[in-house]
Design a protein around this ligand. Structure first.
Ligand SMILES: C=C(O[C@@H]1C=C(C(=O)O)C=C[C@H]1O)C(=O)O
Ligand SMILES: NC(=O)CC[C@H](N)C(=O)O
Length: 746
């Protein structure tokens, strides 16, 4: 079969790349994607017709909103009324399907209860595009549905469902979902009686849908038959799709030579406590320390899969820094007081700059640790919004939204093997290496006779909450989210708020308490200072956002689904709760969203889901976790996976862009800042690891600490439960900030 050409019209959905991946995997086609508001065509029907009729077929994608709204469907609405000799076969998916129904006389109405992330078996006609497909499990992400008449389908005899052509005689039903008692039968698929237009309400590309391949193969066969019988007159009109690409932005000039890593390993029979090492290093060298800690409980890592190593990063005032603010769009690269670069730059150039600096420090050999040295820092939620072209309502003018500092000296603890690595990427650093090794030895000796030193106490002034969400207000926001979900504007919204706490206790003491109260695989202690601005963070995140290995294996581990631990909560009970339709739907939506994000990265292959909805246990909660992986063909370009996947889908909801716009309104334009962003490192060996910034407190200068917390709101959420979930998530951090020094015992 010759290669076909398919045009995919993207309605800004967060599942689009899963559809194009499915098309490319199972059909002999190339796929070109344009947006529904492509400026070349929105005001020029002829140009769009000329352009689209060059393709063998069009797939009209899913998306937020309503098919009657031009803003929501854009070019998709132009597909249905082409003159006879220019008709192009179309497959509409969800919003695209609803647009097809609407174009030929059906109603599109709200469901009584939205169906977001639910998976059901559909009853199909076993012919046409469903011929031989067998049982179809269908993932649904919709609030609206297509009604073929004004009659009440619930009252219809099930045999009549196949002959419902009273109001729209040109539309032929092909599949129904009859499993929903409250909504009644929901039309799942249809075709036009004479034109080559098909549509499905469900999402065949979802990880939980089945028979997508067979459906597409049948559709493609029908497309080829139609095209053979109806050759189109082509007008030469091809033009570049004009899609801006983060992958092609220029890289800044080289500033530094490559580094050679010098390292030394100390094998310790009894590994000292990570906090003790930090204190020893700080006292000994008067340097700034950041810690990316894998929490340990009873001598074992809380989660050995993601939390085997703890990384202690040492910096001084001469360390290289990269800063960028979303408000000013200003990129600064400095080294001490020396400003190497200071210019206006879009976010895409920030990624290029971070990549270039990492490349210039590239070390090709080193010990068996995931971090040899490199850029350590964070990207805020608002920096993430920039990457998807959502304007943050308010941002600070001077505070960086991207802030990284180069770590040249580090100490890495392997909690599984009990090894400590002392590492430096400085040219001549043997003295520091040997003296640090010696101090560690002494620490081990001391450690074997004395217990971990107690943390220093704070002052007697009590910590207190300065501001925070109220229950009524939070519940009202949950309901506001749900009204958007019912209207079809979003499938899931991750609502959050922040609590402000003033505490007299120093950040390191607070972190020592937090690591004890809530040991987590992504513990973090970070202090950044530059140009009169300082930022402190103490974190206990359970969630990896994205990591990649030095050979280009990218991994996401989104969490969605939370159960509070308590005396009456067993693991079995938590598993039961987390296997409910509501919790699984929340998780599934994010899995499909992340698959989409990863599939959109140039050079990524083999996107797969090695773990789907597994329960993990943490200090205060049980969480439902999935793992999504893919292999990059060019390991040196894995940063594109980060550039294409911010802000973290588990903190936004789906579809991401529209959900973020709605959340900005609902959260009253309050910046989330570091909370909901990502924190971690780019390693000079080529790997990286970033966590989602949750269960974390951060503060600017001497302002109060900010503790963000929230949760995914779906149509099935109960406002009071969402309020409780938010309280549960912020509890461990809040307890630590509010505890008076006297009540805190180590
Ligand atoms: C929003 C938070 O957590 C996010 C939401 C979760 C959920 O809805 O179950 C779980 C983990 C995070 O992705 C938070 O901790 O503040
Ligand atoms: N997934 C979709 O395309 C959803 C279509 C429409 N916005 C609805 O909610 O019904």
């Amino acid at each position: 079969m010759p290669q076909g050409k398919v045009l995919f019209i993207d309605a800004y959905d967060s599942f689009s790349n899963n559809i194009t991946a499915l098309l490319k995997e199972h059909l002999p086609v190339t796929v070109e994607t344009i947006k529904i508001d492509d400026p070349r065509f929105v005001l020029n029907d002829d140009a769009f017709r000329d352009f689209s009729s060059e393709f063998d077929a069009v797939v009209a994608g899913p998306g937020p909103g309503h098919p009657a709204e031009a803003r929501d469907v854009g070019l998709i609405a132009k597909l249905w009324n082409s003159p006879e000799d220019r008709v192009v076969p179309v497959l509409g998916i969800c919003l695209g399907f609803q647009s097809l129904g609407l174009a030929f006389g059906a109603n599109v109405a709200r469901l009584k209860e939205p169906r977001h992330g639910l998976v059901t078996s559909v009853t199909h006609c076993d012919g046409d595009v469903f011929a031989g497909v067998g049982v179809v499990k269908a993932t649904q992400y919709h609030s609206l549905h297509v009604r073929l008449g004004d009659h009440d389908e619930r009252a219809m005899d099930s045999r009549n469902l196949w002959n419902l052509r009273i109001c729209c005689p040109e539309l032929v039903p092909l599949a129904w979902d009859d499993s929903d008692g409250r909504n009644g039968p929901i039309l799942m698929a249809l075709r036009h009686c004479s034109k080559p237009f098909w549509g499905v309400q469900y999402h065949p590309e979802s990880i939980c849908s089945t028979s997508g391949q067979r459906l597409l193969t049948n559709w493609w066969r029908a497309v080829c038959e139609w095209n053979a019988l109806h050759p189109r007159k082509l007008v030469e009109s091809r033009s570049d799709s004009g899609r801006p690409s983060l992958d092609t932005t220029p890289e800044p000039e080289s500033m530094f030579a490559r580094r050679e890593l010098h390292w030394s390993t100390v094998k310790l029979d009894e590994a000292p406590d990570v906090a003790d090492i930090v204190e020893m290093l700080r006292d000994a060298t008067a340097c700034e320390v950041s810690l990316l800690e894998s929490g340990v409980r009873n001598g074992r890592p809380v989660n050995p899969e993601t939390g085997r190593f703890s990384i202690i990063c040492l910096r001084d005032e001469t360390s290289l820094q990269v800063r960028w603010s979303a408000n000013k769009k200003n990129l600064t690269v400095s080294q001490g007081t020396n400003v190497l670069e200071n210019r206006s730059a879009p976010i895409s150039e920030v990624f290029s700059c971070l990549q270039a600096i990492t490349d210039q420090h590239r070390a090709n050999d080193g010990p068996d640790t995931p971090f040899w040295g490199g850029l350590v820092g964070f990207m805020s939620y608002e920096a993430g919004l920039e990457t998807i072209d959502v304007k943050p309502a308010r941002t600070d003018t001077v505070r960086p939204d991207v802030w990284f500092a180069m770590t040249e000296r580090s100490v890495v603890v392997d909690h599984v093997e009990g090894l400590v690595y002392v590492q430096s990427i400085r040219h001549e650093d043997k003295t520091w290496l040997s003296s640090t090794v010696e101090k560690l030895r002494q620490l081990v000796t001391r450690h074997s006779v004395t217990l971990s030193a107690p943390a220093e106490r704070g002052t007697t002034v009590n910590a207190h909450v300065v501001a925070g969400p109220g229950k009524n207000d939070y519940c009202a926001k949950v309901r506001e989210c749900q009204s958007h979900l019912r209207a079809g504007s979003s499938y899931e919204l991750c609502l959050t708020d922040q609590t402000l706490v003033q505490s007299p206790t120093d950040p390191w003491t607070l972190y020592r308490r937090l690591r004890q109260a809530n040991p987590a695989p992504f513990g973090a202690f970070m202090s950044m200072v530059a140009e009169g601005v300082s930022m402190d963070a103490i974190g206990s995140s359970p969630e990896r956002f994205l990591s990649w290995s030095r050979d280009g294996r990218c991994q996401f581990r989104p969490i969605k689904g939370t159960v509070k631990k308590g005396p009456s909560m067993t693991r079995a009970k938590a598993e039961e709760i987390l296997s409910s339709a509501k919790e699984q739907a929340e998780n599934l939506m994010i899995v499909d969203l992340i698959r989409h994000d990863l599939s959109g990265v140039q050079g990524i292959q083999d996107v797969h889901v090695p773990k789907l909805m597994v329960v993990e246990e943490y200090e205060t909660v049980y969480q439902l976790v999935s793992v999504i992986e893919g292999q990059h063909n060019y390991p040196g370009r894995c940063i594109d996976a980060l550039a294409r996947s911010l802000p973290p889908g588990s903190m936004t909801g789906a579809p991401k862009k529209r959900s973020c716009e709605l959340l900005s309104e609902i959260e009253a334009g309050k910046p989330r800042g570091l909370y909901s962003g990502v924190l971690g490192y780019f390693d000079v060996g080529g790997g990286a690891d970033f966590s989602v910034v949750i269960r974390t407190a951060f503060r600017w200068d001497d302002e109060p600490w900010r503790v963000g917390a929230g949760g995914a709101v779906t149509a099935l959420s109960r406002p009071e439960d969402e309020w409780e979930e938010m309280l549960t998530k912020r509890q461990s951090v809040l307890d630590v900030l509010l505890a008076s020094p006297e009540t805190w015992s180590e």
